[in-house]
Design a protein around this ligand. Structure first.
Ligand SMILES: Nc1nc2c(c(=O)[nH]1)N[C@H]1C(S)=C(S)[C@@H](COP(=O)(O)OP(=O)(O)OC[C@H]3O[C@@H](n4cnc5c(=O)[nH]c(N)nc54)[C@H](O)[C@@H]3O)O[C@H]1N2
Ligand SMILES: Nc1nc2c(c(=O)[nH]1)N[C@H]1C(S)=C(S)[C@@H](COP(=O)(O)OP(=O)(O)OC[C@H]3O[C@@H](n4cnc5c(=O)[nH]c(N)nc54)[C@H](O)[C@@H]3O)O[C@H]1N2
Ligand code: SF4
Ligand SMILES: [Mo]
Length: 913
């Protein structure tokens, strides 16, 4: 693809490679010359040996972390010699914030530790390039930055001129989770009104069940807060492979006396270390959680005080309509966001405080002398009412451990034993992996597990749901990304938008049996489409329809999306006018672009990162300059803006394009983007953030870069301050200070009478199946979790990572199933269903059920035989509950509430290939 000059090769080749070149003279000898004394002074080949001796010398050490979606966020020392990164090392200097809690050192994983090699591999993009063949043909021509950005600028302006604003998708994927890299494209999108999908849901990572319950799925524990738990249950979670730098806190908690339970269909690398493995059938979690709820209620293991104050369980529900009793039912012009308790002290209905309808300036959920009834039937103004708890009890009664055993595969005694241990724990944490968002019934699991916690009084310092992500308070960061909150991108629900644009309904129709599907998940495809359309037309979820152009940043969309090839064809058909990819690598998306803009990798730009679940903001100090002609993402967006402004002015555009309440000012976009020239570089933007963010405590960027990280101050907490010398537990402001939750009733929510929830019979926590094998004609359920040896597609072709596994895409199969199918370990198999096929190596995995195939996701399509990726054989669905809106805290909320892309709904068959 690219021819490298000899000098560049010398510069970029590894030390060992350079050694070989230095020894070239020796190799060119045409006969062997015996040397008597190989240790003596005269030995002629000392030079290259010296290179090895000097391996552990360097010119300077810079600081960095990795900006991709690993949730790790680990500070590294980066060793540089002759302008090349020669290795990296975990920094391991985080302070211990409390002498009784283990520290966060060292943070890191094997992927991070080989980036110094990976960043110089053949797939790095080094030069701006333009496609000269057909899309995807692989024919490229190098261009100068100046020329290429001018061409792109003209095309962007053409799109505005021809179709008006709202026709450009400028989506940034999850490869840019550091602050400046994230802010750059979002700021650009805010200025042009580009379409940006929710990056939680377009990959299937949103824990919607906990949003439904708590009104915030991103208020969670710092990982050090796991240490004092005495009960930890991990479901859909494999932290030993996917939270490598944080997992130690779980095992330290176990050492500290905690009981650790792993719920997973396979004996995964985290189950191995647990006290108990509960081998659940794939997709059966809501049934298990409801069985826990059943036991907690049956054996009265619940804590009424917590339930009365912190939850909506005592809120009154009408028995006639099945909806909550609202002020509007009793008073003309009353609010439909005010609700009632039955006060046992006065034997009368009283309006609750702290709901969304409460007009008080400082809201509280403190009961102030009211003793709300949890059970019973009452009459208010002639209307018969009962409580949410009564409704919950009625539903939970259906899910005894015996009744659910056939669904979950878990013995009733084991459920009872664990329900008691969990309920009686002092601090219980239910860890839910991101995998929850990839099952259509994940919302039921999250909701039912929240109920398990709320019934047993686990909240704040006594436990809660761990969702692996804390939304820290970074107002300046958001302001930088969202143009001072003056203009915004066109935000869209991720899973739903991908489903619609990719016409994924076609594949769903081919794969699922409509009648069986309805039995399994509670809706069929016609009803699902109807509910998608309703959500869009009601304005619950925004959707902008077809696009003309796409600028894709740090997103491997043609790898991660379901029904991969057809999805790609659809998108390429749509964005006929322009497709720019801004990327560090030639990934499976970059391959199809019209224009490629090479971005700086982790060690090549200034930046900051706080995404993860600790209190340290890591600093990237640009240890080396970008390779080839690559540029930091910030500078790329600056240059693009500059060209758009120049070309807009040259083309006589002197006014903004009207776009709803704002204008899209292409003729001033560079001035706007750069704050009138103040933020031209990655360094400028990083410094601006450090200087303006109170949570960074007033340090200078120089000092921070020297140290490698910033310890966030108390102001970094959104829901409550970060305690200076204690781990961060979620919702302490609610449990201790009685601050309302961000929910309709101000309380943890277990009753939802929104229209879609009513229609689906899901007004209280309950259980539904996922689609799986039972909803199609293929017998094996198929799930595809994350691999230890890569972060999605990143580092998947690195030789060190390949050597730690089978070196090519492989599926995991139970040997018993393999024997039935005539498959041997290491042999090639064909995985197929009615919509697609792919080939992979079979790897025996005895702990898998014989009814399922597992495969780690993230291989690039080109790594598969015939470039046929796993996602080709994957049909998907949308969970309509996740599209609900117009109800308190339900309605489109970025990173908090909208529909996931579902990866684990379809099924396959397997045969030797
Ligand atoms: N090394 C590495 N780390 C990563 C990533 C990576 O690609 N590589 N990616 C990061 C990102 S973006 C994400 S989203 C996370 C994902 O990481 P996790 O949140 O851990 O999720 P998965 O790896 O998808 O699945 C975890 C486990 O769920 C179990 N499982 C599968 N089906 C079921 C089921 O029906 N019920 C139950 N109870 N368990 C089930 C399987 O045992 C599987 O190992 O990891 C992050 N960290
Ligand atoms: N079947 C199946 N499919 C899945 C999943 C599953 O479990 N099963 N999981 C889903 C999940 S949870 C996730 S998170 C997605 C991940 O899906 P992908 O989109 O494949 O994630 P990455 O491979 O991280 O892609 C990010 C891209 O950003 C680029 N990049 C990295 N650093 C930079 C940078 O500094 N600048 C720029 N401009 N680009 C950069 C990288 O080259 C990389 O290709 O996959 C989803 N798809
Ligand atoms: S890839 Fe993520 S988890 Fe691994 S070292 Fe880098 S920041 Fe840490
Ligand atoms: Mo993810």
């Amino acid at each position: 693809m690219l021819r490298m000059k000899r000098r560049e090769f010398l510069q970029t080749s590894s030390l060992a490679g350079a050694g070989v070149l230095a020894a070239n003279k020796a190799w060119s000898l045409n006969r062997l010359e015996p040397i008597e004394d190989t240790l003596g002074e005269d030995y002629p080949y000392r030079d290259w040996e010296d290179l090895y001796r000097r391996e552990y010398t360097w010119d300077k050490i810079g600081k960095a972390a990795h900006c991709i979606n690993c949730v790790g966020n680990c500070a590294f020392d980066v060793y540089v010699k002759d302008g090349i990164v020669i290795r990296e090392e975990q920094l391991a200097k985080y302070p211990q914030i409390n002498p009784n809690v283990p520290d966060a050192n060292p943070r890191g994983c094997q992927k991070g530790a080989i980036h110094s090699a990976a960043m110089y591999e053949g797939d790095r993009l080094r030069y701006p390039m333009k496609r000269v063949g057909e899309r995807g043909e692989g024919k490229w021509q190098r261009m100068e930055w100046d020329e290429i950005t001018e061409e792109i600028a003209d095309k962007v302006i053409d799109i505005f001129e021809n179709y008006g604003p709202g026709n450009l998708m400028t989506h940034t994927g999850s490869g840019n989770l550091s602050m400046v890299r994230f802010a750059a494209p979002y700021r650009f999108a805010s200025l042009v009104g580009g379409v940006q999908l929710d990056i939680f849901t377009d990959v299937g990572d949103l824990n919607t069940g906990t949003h439904l319950a708590y009104g915030n799925p991103l208020e969670s524990f710092t990982s050090d807060a796991w240490f004092d738990a005495d009960y930890i249950m991990m479901s859909l979670f494999n932290p030993n492979a996917t939270r490598i730098p944080d997992a130690h806190y779980i095992w330290e908690a176990k050492w500290n006396g905690a009981r650790v339970v792993s719920v997973a269909p396979d004996y995964n690398p985290s189950s191995i270390h647990a006290d108990l493995w509960m081998p659940i059938k794939p997709g059966a979690d809501p049934f298990l959680s409801m069985a826990f709820v059943n036991v907690i209620i049956e054996e009265a293991l619940y804590k009424p005080d917590f339930m009365k104050e912190q939850t909506d369980l005592p809120v009154l529900v009408r028995t006639d309509t099945g909806m909550m009793l609202r002020e509007a039912d009793l008073v003309d012009g009353g609010s439909d966001q005010n609700f009632y308790h039955w006060d046992l002290n006065t034997d009368a209905a009283v309006m609750i405080k702290g709901s969304m309808g409460d007009a008080a300036k400082t809201k509280t959920i403190a009961l102030d002398g009211v003793d709300p009834a949890l059970e019973g039937t009452f009459t208010v103004d002639g209307i018969e009412v009962t409580t949410v708890f009564e409704k919950v009890k009625e539903e939970a009664a259906k899910f005894t451990p015996e009744a659910t055993q056939a669904d979950t595969g878990i013995a009733p005694d084991m459920v009872r034993q664990e329900a008691r241990a969990f309920a009686n724990a002092r601090k219980a944490i239910l860890m839910l992996g991101f995998n929850i968002g990839r099952y259509s019934n994940g919302i039921y699991t999250g909701w039912a597990q929240s109920l398990m916690l709320a019934l047993t009084g686990h909240g704040g310092k006594t436990g809660g749901v761990d969702t692996s992500w804390i939304d820290w308070k970074h107002i300046p960061w958001l302001s930088l990304a969202l143009y001072g909150f003056e203009k915004f991108p066109r935000l869209e629900p991720g899973g739903m938008a991908e489903f619609q644009r990719g016409h994924m309904i076609d594949h769903a129709r081919k794969h699922f049996d409509n009648a069986k599907l309805k039995e399994r998940v509670g809706f069929d495809l016609d009803e699902m489409e109807e509910m998608i359309n309703e959500s869009i037309s009601e304005g619950w979820m925004p959707y902008n329809g077809e696009m003309k152009g796409l600028i894709s940043i740090a997103d491997n969309k043609f790898r991660r999306n379901k029904f991969a090839d057809k999805y790609r064809e659809r998108i390429l058909e749509e964005v006929k006018d322009l497709f720019v990819d801004i990327n560090v690598r030639m990934d499976s998306t970059a391959q199809w672009a019209d224009y490629l803009l090479p971005a700086a990798s982790h060690y090549e730009a200034w930046d900051l990162r706080s995404v993860g679940y600790h209190r340290f903001i890591n600093v990237f100090s640009r240890p080396v300059d970008p390779i080839g002609e690559a540029k930091p993402d910030w500078e790329i967006m600056v240059l693009l803006s500059q060209k758009i402004q120049e070309r807009a002015i040259a083309r006589g555009i002197t006014e903004g394009y009207e776009d709803g309440a704002v204008t899209r000012d292409l003729h001033t976009i560079y001035d706007d983007f750069t704050m009138q020239g103040a933020l031209l570089t990655d360094y400028d933007a990083t410094k601006w953030l450090v200087d303006n963010s109170p949570e960074m405590g007033g340090v200078t960027l120089e000092d921070a870069a020297e140290q490698g990280f910033i310890v966030m101050t108390a102001e970094g907490g959104n829901n409550q301050p970060i305690p200076v010398d204690e781990p961060y537990n979620p919702f302490v402001a609610q449990t201790e200070d009685k601050k309302p939750y961000e929910t309709l009733t101000g309380r943890i929510t277990f009753f939802c009478d929104q229209k879609t929830f009513m229609r689906m019979g899901a007004t209280v926590p309950t259980a539904r199946h996922h689609a799986g094998a039972e909803a199609s004609n293929y017998p094996l359920s198929f799930y595809s979790p994350h691999t230890r040896w890569g972060i999605h597609s990143n580092w998947r072709s690195n030789k060190f990572m390949m050597r730690l596994q089978r070196g090519e895409p492989n599926i995991y199969i139970n040997p018993q199933l393999a024997a039935e199918k005539g498959i041997t370990d290491g042999s090639k198999v064909r995985i197929f269903n009615g919509i697609g096929e792919f080939f992979a190596q079979a790897k025996f995995y005895p702990s898998l059920p014989t009814t399922a195939i597992m495969m780690e996701h993230g291989w690039e399509p080109h790594q598969y035989e015939q470039a046929k990726p796993m996602n080709n054989a994957m049909a998907s669905l949308i969970q309509p509950l996740e599209l609900a809106g117009g109800w308190g805290h339900l309605g489109f909320k970025l990173f908090k509430w909208n529909a996931n892309q579902l990866a684990h709904e379809s099924s396959v068959d397997v045969e030797p290939a």
